[in-house]
Design a protein around this ligand. Structure first.
Ligand SMILES: NC(=O)c1ccc[n+]([C@@H]2O[C@H](COP(=O)([O-])OP(=O)(O)OC[C@H]3O[C@@H](n4cnc5c(N)ncnc54)[C@H](O)[C@@H]3O)[C@@H](O)[C@H]2O)c1
Length: 435
């Protein structure tokens, strides 16, 4: 990933949060002039990416071989064109120091409590947090999560409704920020058993919030959902769309959003509420992926059909007012979601205010298009059964993601093809069967 001549330039006395902006305003952006000792900012890394990647105020520069030789000749630790109050550190050394947890005397890692981090989206967040220099600590009761998904930090087993256990964990780890993924998530189940949903998703989240407040946490990122909007009044939906959820699942999330706004205004607990559209895809190395029991999401169900583990795939309705009659959804890669979460942590730790943001690609895909992509990527056609419409399904759900782009500097990186490729890789390797 990093080239031989890449180095980090750090101001010796930097404010951890302001360093990237400071550097951006004090250094030449692109191009540079290596002949005269002016470095080039690496073409493929934006300052904000690098900032997140390293989790502190460093910027990765590419030096021309000429300047690189100068750096090597000087032991890689100083260059004449640098101002006296900057220091220069070989990137590989610094990254190794971060990975091994050793310190070269510049800073310590920030800790993030990842609540529900043994689940699908939470575990992908741990992966990216660790890559970008944060230390994830997973808190999960393993009701729907998997201990084998906890690979990038310690697991603290516990339930968010257990205040004493939460206190212990906050006291032990003293996290700087909390990401809250833990919830019951299945819409159909919420209609059958709303009590369990209010208990887990509302009482649990409020208990977690109280514990976080008492522990002095000031940054909280919440997994919300487009289900808080209810039936769309216009598409794509932006954050000003009225919130009128049509099922208990959506209402539990809406209640916590309202609580978070009050906690921000009156208690100083700043939060980012991320309203996901359809989370999909998996780690490209196949270490973790989507594994819900029961599974209700379209992509894993269709892939299991293509793998011959299910008899076929049911499409609910092909008489909608869309380009091919099937419903339109906005599928967003789980690693794009994770990228937005890490940026949300950066944003809050830098003093960002409470905000709600849609996370979607802004592009709609019909069910037929989705199935065609799965057949294409897998090379395996599978039986598809067209049945009647299902209650509560909206015709089209697509995000307007302009606000997330503006606030977090975030941009989804992955296509539908990437989503299916990574999901196919995970499901065809994974040794579990969906029920
Ligand atoms: N999957 C999606 O497409 C999607 C879309 C919108 C919003 N969301 C939200 O994202 C979050 C994560 O979703 P996911 O798909 O990763 O679900 P998941 O079920 O895979 O993960 C949830 C995790 O929370 C844990 N958990 C649940 N209740 C708990 C409790 N009381 N105490 C401690 N741990 C508990 C589970 O064991 C699991 O590991 C949820 O809040 C969900 O509402 C998901």
């Amino acid at each position: 990933m990093l080239e031989a001549w890449e180095i980090l330039i750090l101001p010796l006395k930097f404010d951890r949060m302001k360093a990237p902006l400071w550097l951006a305003s004090h250094l030449p952006h692109k191009g540079g002039d290596p002949q005269n000792g002016i470095p080039c900012i690496h073409n493929t890394l934006k300052i904000s990416d690098t900032w997140s990647f390293l989790g502190f105020g460093g910027v990765v520069f590419s030096l021309s071989p000429l300047v690189g030789e100068m750096a090597a000749a000087r032991g890689g630790m100083s260059l004449s064109f640098l101002r006296k109050d900057w220091c220069l550190v070989p990137a590989r050394l610094y990254c190794r120091a971060l990975i091994t947890g050793s310190s070269i005397g510049l800073m310590s890692q920030k800790k993030v409590l990842v609540v529900g981090g043994a689940g699908y989206i939470g575990s992908h967040n741990c992966l990216l947090l660790a890559e970008r220099g944060y230390q994830p600590i997973v808190f999960d009761n393993l009701s729907n999560g998997h201990a084998e998904f906890v690979k990038w930090g310690p697991l603290e087993q516990g339930d968010i409704r257990d205040r004493a256990r939460l206190n212990e964990v906050f006291e032990k780890h003293k996290p700087d920020a909390v990401l809250h993924f833990a919830a019951l998530i299945e819409v159909g189940e919420s209609v059958k058993n709303p009590v369990a949903f209010y208990d887990n998703n509302v009482i649990g989240a409020l208990t977690l919030l109280s514990a976080a407040l008492d522990a002095g946490v000031k940054a909280f990122v919440f997994s919300s959902t487009c289900a808080t909007y209810g039936l769309p009044q216009q598409v794509p939906m932006d954050e000003t769309h009225p919130q009128a959820p049509i099922n208990p699942y959506g209402r539990t999330k809406f209640i916590i959003e309202q609580a978070l706004k009050d906690y921000g205004t009156y208690k100083g607990l700043r939060s980012v509420m991320l309203r996901y559209f359809n989370a999909a895809g998996a780690d490209f190395e196949g270490r973790i992926g989507e594994w819900h029991t029961p599974e209700t999401h379209a992509i894993p169900l269709a892939i299991e059909a293509a793998l011959g583990r299910r008899q076929g795939f049911k499409v609910f309705g092909d008489d909608y007012d869309t380009r091919d009659g099937t419903c339109v959804r906005d599928y967003i890669h789980v690693l794009d979601l994770a990228d937005a979460h890490v940026r949300a942590v950066d944003y809050l730790l830098a003093g960002g205010e409470t905000v709600e943001l849609n996370l979607g690609t802004g592009t709609g895909t019909t069910v037929k298009e989705l199935l065609a992509t799965i057949s294409d990527v897998s090379g395996k056609p599978f039986p598809v059964d067209y049945v009647g419409r299902r209650d509560g399904d909206s015709t089209t759900l697509v995000a307007n993601n302009d606000k997330a782009k503006a606030v977090l500097g975030w941009e989804p990186q992955y296509t539908l093809h990437d989503i299916i490729r990574s999901a196919w890789n995970w499901h065809s390797k994974a040794n579990f069967h969906l029920n």
